[in-house]
Structure formats: structure tokens, C-alpha cells
Design a protein around this ligand. Structure first.
Ligand code: COA
Length: 384
């Protein structure tokens, strides 16, 4: 396979954005990435999205975007794997460049969630779960994660307060990210007092719904290099799947697909968890941050919260996570999130993160989760 590099990155602010349509958001991120790359060549487009048909009445996103940004004729397709759609689209783009089929591939993740009423978006998000065996019982996505968190607390003896540092760190980092959804700090008291959504998950354990788009322009390393700026390379890309329904797993509190996917990625890059400088984890719920840290080899089983309580997940800690706010603080526009994660990892490797810059960051791990651990897409980025 040929080496692949990131020529340009782009993103839109994450918030309720009723003034811009799906295509306008996607186009804004795409043009930002081309501007950043100082290159407008695009041979193929992959769009990551989960909900557009339901939330915007718009399917056919590949061609929609190619048409909107003046790339008519380019091959273009939408990629869907629930909340990991962005990561999956990126992987398709990487494979397309690595195979030699295309030289310049644009990957855009886009989602609009806030124009739809709360109950409708909750129902739409539940389509990531098993319709026949889970959703039929009326379970929501938050409720499924609440069951996992309750079980994990029971198995490992953690209290609700022990998860607070995940959310506090995410909010603290988001303050310094101008694109983030939230710019308010969170205290332990604020965490404790947050309204309950689905016990034990309260508002501060959950990522918010929002609108946004992020984009990455991929190419061969020699075309990505720019004077005075480090070149970010894709060192690994891997996906693994698990049962769609959580109850079908022998061991629901272990993210088996995350372990499988990250092991494949570590092997491709020829590194291990000890080499990773920062981890953009899929902290859609605080329980997912804990489980991801364990599956990726940063904590012993059942000990994810210990890392957070010891301050090891902050930008100055052993394994910084959510360095730009993560899903909790930056926001989680589901099908776009995987691309935001890679944009932010690239910012870290280029040294563009100011207050939350991880010192000497050279290797970044990103992991995007579809469903409650059913699809896991892992990428490792490095700097030349
Ligand atoms: N964290 C902190 N504040 C939040 C928040 C969150 N996750 N979600 C909403 N808020 C705030 C809003 O900013 C707003 O504040 P304001 O009144 O000061 O403007 C207020 O809470 C109400 O916002 P609203 O959008 O009406 O919230 P909601 O009650 O409809 O939804 C959740 C809250 C948590 C239920 C919803 O965001 C949710 O379902 N999140 C999970 C999404 C999900 O499952 N994603 C897929 C995971 S893989």
C-alpha cells in the first residue's frame, strides 16, 4: 500500500446551526480543508453521515457535495456506520489513496441534528442499535449506555463521582477550542447536580447533539508537504465489529471490537500503547471513555476511571484524551465526529493547540465508535 498524508483540514463550529443547510455545512468544511492544503484538486469524495435522510430529508450526499463544491464528475459516495460514519468514510478515503486508485481524496463528515425534535432525534439515534432485539423494547441509546455504566460500576466498585474527571477534563479543554459546542468549565459540584437523563447517566455524562462538519484532504506525502509546517501521516487504519445487540455479548463491559481494531492498528504502525502521545477517544458517554482507555491498553481492565482520577487524561498527563473537548465538550454530530477527531489529532501533531497542546506530540490515536461498541474504527497519525 502507498503511504497517505493529510494535505489539509477544515471544520465548522459545533452548535445549533439553523441558518445553514447540510450542504452548506459540508461545503464550508470542504473549502476550509482545500484552503488549508492550498490545493483544490479532488479526484474522489467520501462523505460520513448517519441521519441526513431523516433529519434533513436529504440522501445521496456524495453527489450532493460534489455538485455543491464544483467537483461534478468526481466519484462521490456516502459512507454510513452509525456514529462511526466519519471514521469509516476516512478509512475509505485512506484505502482509496493507499491503493493508488486516487491521488487526492476529500473526506467530509457532516451531521445536522438540532432541527429535529428531541424525541425524534432520540428515536433516530436508536437506529444504531438492534431494531429487532433492543429498540423494540423502547430502549434509547442513552439507556443502553446507562445499563453498561451501571453494570461496570457494580463489577468494579466505582461510584458515580469517579467518572466526573472525564467530563471536567473535556469541558476544560473545550474552553480553548473556538469550534467547540461548550465554553463553560465544569466543577465536581456541577457534575453532581446535573439533571439525570437515564440513571446513572446524567447530563454531564452525555455528549450533546449538535450540527457540524469536518473535512480532511488526503494525498500522497510528497504532495502534502508545506514549507514551515510538519506533515501529518496516516500510520494505521483499522476497523472491527462486534454483535449489534449489547445483550448478545458474553462480556458487555469489555469493548472487544475496540481491542481488535486497536491491536491491528498498533501492528500496522509497529508501535504499542506506550508510544501514543494523545488519544482522541469516543467519549460519547463517560463510561465509553473508561472502556476505550482499557480496550486500547492504557489502563487495566476496570481501571479506566483511575487514570482520570489521577489526572493522567489531561493535556499534561500520561495519556491526554479529549484534548479539544472531545465528544462531551466539543460536541458529537454523530456521523461527522470521526472526522473531527482526526482534524483535532492533526492540529495536535502540527502544534496548533495553544493551551491544550500536548508537548512534543508525535503519535496520535483516534477511535470512533458506532453503536454501543458494535463498529470500532481506529486510526494512528504520526508526524514527519
Ligand atoms: N452536556 C451539557 N449541557 C447540555 C448537554 C450535554 N450533553 N446537552 C444539552 N445541554 C444543555 C444545552 O446547552 C441547553 O442549555 P441552555 O438551556 O443553557 O441553552 C440545555 O442543556 C437543554 O438543551 P437541549 O438540547 O434541549 O437538551 P435535551 O434535554 O433535549 O438533550 C440529552 C440532552 C443529553 C438527552 C441529548 O443531548 C442526548 O440525547 N445526548 C446523547 C446523544 C447520543 O446518544 N449520541 C450518540 C452517542 S454514540
Amino acid at each position: 500500500m502507498n503511504p497517505v498524508a493529510i494535505a489539509g483540514i477544515g471544520q465548522t463550529p459545533l452548535r445549533e446551526n439553523w441558518g445553514k443547510s447540510l450542504k452548506e455545512l459540508a461545503g464550508e468544511a470542504a473549502f476550509a480543508a482545500m484552503y488549508d492544503a492550498a490545493d483544490e484538486r479532488v479526484d474522489a469524495i467520501f462523505v460520513g453521515n448517519m441521519l441526513s435522510g431523516m433529519s434533513s430529508g436529504q440522501a445521496h450526499l456524495g453527489t450532493m457535495l460534489a455538485d455543491w463544491i464544483g467537483k461534478r464528475g468526481a466519484e462521490a459516495v456516502k459512507v454510513e456506520s452509525a456514529c462511526s460514519s466519519g471514521g469509516s468514510a476516512l478509512r475509505m478515503g485512506i484505502l482509496a489513496v493507499a491503493s493508488g486508485e486516487f491521488e487526492n481524496v476529500l473526506v467530509v463528515g457532516v451531521e445536522k441534528m438540532t432541527e429535529v425534535k428531541g424525541p425524534d432525534i432520540t428515536a433516530a439515534l436508536a437506529t444504531a442499535a438492534d431494531a429487532d432485539w433492543e429498540v423494540v423494547h423502547g430502549v434509547s441509546f442513552v439507556a443502553l449506555n446507562a445499563l453498561l455504566m451501571r453494570r461496570y460500576m457494580h463489577e468494579h466498585g466505582w461510584q458515580h463521582d469517579d467518572f466526573a474527571p472525564f467530563s471536567i477534563n473535556a469541558h476544560a479543554n473545550a474552553i480553548h477550542n473556538p469550534f467547540a459546542r461548550f465554553h463553560q468549565p465544569l466543577t465536581l459540584e456541577g457534575y453532581r447536580k446535573a439533571p439525570m437523563v437515564s440513571s446513572p447517566i446524567n447530563l454531564m455524562d452525555a455528549s450533546p447533539t449538535c450540527d457540524g462538519a469536518a473535512a480532511v484532504l488526503l494525498t500522497r506525502p510528497e504532495r502534502a508537504r508545506k514549507p514551515g509546517r510538519p506533515t501529518v501521516r496516516i500510520l494505521a487504519s483499522a476497523t472491527a465489529t462486534d454483535t449489534l445487540a449489547v445483550h448478545s455479548r458474553k462480556d458487555p463491559t469489555w469493548l472487544r471490537a475496540a481491542e481488535q481494531s486497536v491491536k491491528a492498528a498498533y501492528a500496522q504502525a509497529g508501535i504499542g500503547p506506550e508510544d501514543i502521545d494523545l488519544f482522541e477517544a469516543h467519549d460519547a458517554f463517560s463510561i465509553m471513555a473508561a472502556l476505550s482507555l482499557e480496550a486500547c491498553g492504557f489502563a487495566e481492565r476496570g481501571q479506566g476511571p483511575r487514570l482520570a482520577l489521577d489526572g493522567e487524561i489531561t493535556p499534561r498527563g500520561r495519556i491526554p484524551i479529549a484534548t479539544r473537548g472531545g465528544l462531551k465538550g466539543r460536541g458529537h454530530p454523530v456521523g461527522a465526529t470521526g472526522v473531527y477527531q482526526v482534524v483535532e489529532a492533526a492540529q495536535q501533531l502540527r502544534g496548533e493547540c495553544g493551551e491544550t497542546q500536548v508537548e512534543n506530540a508525535r503519535l496520535a490515536l483516534t477511535q470512533n465508535i458506532g453503536g454501543s461498541g458494535a463498529t470500532i474504527v481506529t486510526h494512528i497519525l504520526g508526524v514527519e
